[in-house]
Design a protein around this ligand. Structure first.
Ligand code: IPM
Ligand code: MG
Length: 358
């Protein structure tokens, strides 16, 4: 198979975990005789340094000409958030990228890896036979993309962020969630705040309407505050969680507690044509950058999602997932998933072991 992949390493740990993931990609390419043309682009703070823009035109073109995008992470240290290099970096880069290519649905799988049960903070009785959830998050609406304004009124400093949804945005992501549920256990839990927000009331009615097209899928509605609690008392009730942009952002980080680390959480973002971007759910983790200690698994599993969803290379995807699993089974741990304090192997060592299983 011949395909072009846009590679956007970005900032922080992005370049380190990306370069390791490309080793995996190369091995799969050779093993299966594929030809992947990799075109690297700058994004985020690193792009700002080179092009004075967090998302330069040239990167847009690289993405537009590709068959799929593999993204690392963007953003700088909080204490430098006002430096030009980092100011509004996430908004100008990843959010702009999502908007440019209309990536409206984001999927984030979160499960307890049997081998890593000991780092899941939940009790065995709560983990039961295993937690295996997919969060389907709307990615182009909500408070993220409404008007943002900081101003002064009556000598008071004020700010507002407008939360907006239209029925089409909701229905697109709802269909995505129901289709996903059909491939899994036929259950969708739609999460909102319909006891307060108009956007959530609209959300609930549209999701219910879409749900009628999928009579074989059970639909439940849940308030987001209750959902957050249910994560800790009965997480096994969930199969597919469908939710809006901001709630999805928060709940997907919370769901990282199931595997035990954000370093294990891949994600995929789709537009209606099926073009997609793949990225770890975690951020650029500037405090870990340059130390060769970040966990490469979220990025590596993002590659596996890319093979599966963009290229229908199911065997290749499966081999990567199994190699990760075998590595964990054999007891190899990076620092973030190691229960022993101050221990853990490096990013490159972890990748070496995963590679050895491919
Ligand atoms: C995520 C991230 C982004 C988001 C940030 C970096 C803007 O937290 O992908 O979850 O909020 O969507
Ligand atoms: Mg987030």
């Amino acid at each position: 198979m011949k395909k072009t992949i846009a590679i956007l390493p970005g900032d922080g740990i992005g370049p380190e975990i990306m370069s390791q993931t490309l080793r995996i990609l190369k091995k799969i390419e050779n093993k299966f005789d594929h030809q992947f043309q990799l075109v690297e682009g700058y994004i985020g703070g690193s792009a700002f340094e080179k092009y004075n823009s967090h998302f330069p035109e040239i990167t847009k073109v690289i993405c537009a000409k590709s068959d799929a995008i593999l993204f690392g992470s963007v953003g700088g240290p909080l204490e430098k958030a006002e430096f030009p290099k980092w100011k509004d970096c996430e908004k100008n880069s990843i959010l702009a990228l999502r908007k440019t290519f209309h990536f409206s649905s984001n999927i984030r799988p979160a499960k307890v890896f049997a081998e890593l049960k000991e780092i899941c903070p939940l009790k065995d009785s709560i983990i039961g036979n295993g937690i295996d959830i997919v969060i389907v998050r709307e990615l182009l609406g909500d408070i993220y993309f409404g008007e943002h304004l900081t101003y002064i009124e009556n000598q008071l400093r004020k700010a507002k962020d407008i939360c907006e949804y239209d029925e089409k945005q909701i229905s697109i992501v709802a269909h995505q969630a129901f289709r996903m549920a059909r491939k899994r256990n036929n259950k969708v839990t739609s999460v909102d705040k319909a006891n307060v927000l108009d956007t959530s009331k609209l959300w609930r009615s549209i999701v219910s309407e879409v749900g009628r097209d999928y009579p074989d899928v059970t639909l439940e509605h849940m308030l987001v505050d209750n959902c957050a609690m249910q994560f800790f008392i009965q997480p096994t009730q969930f199969d597919v969680i469908l939710t809006s942009n901001l709630f999805g952002d928060i709940l997907s980080d919370a769901a990282a507690a199931f595997p035990g680390s954000l370093g294990l959480m891949p994600s995929a973002s789709f537009n209606e044509q099926g073009f997609a971007l793949y990225e770890p759910s975690g951020g650029s983790a500037p405090h870990l950058a340059g130390k060769n200690i970040a966990n490469p698994i979220a990025q590596i599993l993002s590659l596996s999602l890319l093979f599966k969803h963009s290229f229908e290379l199911f065997e290749e995807a499966d081999i990567i997932e199994k190699a990760v699993q075998k590595t964990l089974q054999a007891g190899y741990r990076t620092k973030d998933i190691c229960i022993k304090e101050n221990e853990g192997i490096s990013t490159t060592q972890m990748t070496d072991i995963i590679l050895s299983h491919i």
